[in-house]
Ligand binder design. Structure first.
Ligand code: G4P
Length: 194
C-alpha cells in the first residue's frame, strides 16, 4: 500500500537492527485518515469471506482494527492483556511472549464475545515473531470459531511470524512488508523483489 509505505519513509524511525518506531501515525499519535485507508484495504482483501468479527490485542492493534470493523460493519473485540490473570471460567485465555519486550502476558477474551459460528479476521499493527497473532488463533480455536485470516499493517519479513502462519495455512495480508533495515533506512520487500 503506497500511502503507508510513503508514510513509513517519511515518519518511521529505525531503532537498532530490527525495530521501527511508528509513534507519529500508528501506535501513539494515530492518523485517522491513514487508519480509514487501512481499514478499507483490509475490507477489499477479505470482503468475500463473510467475516463476522474483527479480533485484535490491546493496545496498538485497536486503531487499525476499529477502522477495519467500520468498513465491515461487524464488531471489534480486543483481547485484554494482564501480567497475571486469575483464570476465570467465563474467559478464553492464551499466553503471549513478546520477544521485543521480553515479557509474557496472558491475553483474554470474554467467552460471550466469541462463538462457534464466528468467522474471524485478526488485525494487528505489526507482524514480527507472530506471538500475538498466534495467541489470538489459539483463542479462536478454543471458541470453535474459524480464523479466516490476518490483516497486518506492517510486516517485518525477516522475522519468523510470516513463516509460522504460512506453515499453518493461515492467510496473511500485510499492507507494508519490510525486508530489512539498512543504514537506518527501511528496505521494502517489493523494492527488493524489483
Ligand atoms: P509479534 O508482534 O509478531 O507477536 O512479535 P513480538 O513478540 O516481537 O512483538 C511484541 C510487541 O512488539 C508487539 O506489541 C508488537 O506490536 C511490537 N513490535 C514488534 N516489532 C515492532 C517494531 O518494529 N516496532 C514497533 N513499534 N513495535 C513492534 P505489544 O506487546 O502487543 O504491545 P502494544 O504496543 O500493542 O501494547
Amino acid at each position: 500500500m503506497k500511502l503507508l509505505e510513503d508514510r513509513i519513509r517519511k515518519d518511521g524511525v529505525v531503532l537498532g537492527a530490527d525495530v521501527l518506531k511508528v509513534d507519529n501515525f500508528l501506535n501513539h499519535q494515530v492518523d485517522p485518515d491513514l487508519m480509514l485507508a487501512v481499514g478499507k484495504e483490509f475490507y477489499n482483501q477479505f470482503k468475500d469471506s463473510k467475516i463476522t468479527k474483527i479480533l485484535t490485542v490491546e493496545s496498538s492493534g485497536i486503531a487499525p482494527a476499529l477502522a477495519t470493523a467500520m468498513s465491515f460493519h461487524v464488531p471489534l473485540v480486543f483481547a485484554r492483556k494482564h501480567k497475571s490473570l486469575t483464570l476465570k471460567d467465563d474467559m478464553f485465555t492464551a499466553t503471549v511472549y513478546s520477544f521485543t519486550k521480553q515479557t509474557s502476558n496472558t491475553i483474554a477474551i470474554a467467552k460471550k464475545f466469541l462463538s462457534a459460528d464466528d468467522k474471524v479476521l485478526i488485525i494487528d499493527d505489526f507482524l514480527a515473531n507472530g506471538q500475538a497473532v498466534q495467541g489470538l488463533t489459539d483463542i479462536i480455536k478454543q471458541a470453535g470459531a474459524e480464523t479466516v485470516g490476518a490483516g497486518i499493517v506492517i510486516e517485518k519479513t525477516f522475522q519468523k511470524g510470516r513463516k509460522m502462519f504460512d506453515d499453518q495455512g493461515v492467510r496473511v495480508v500485510s499492507l507494508a512488508r519490510i525486508a530489512a533495515f539498512e543504514d537506518g533506512q527501511v528496505v521494502f520487500a517489493d523494492e527488493q523483489d524489483a
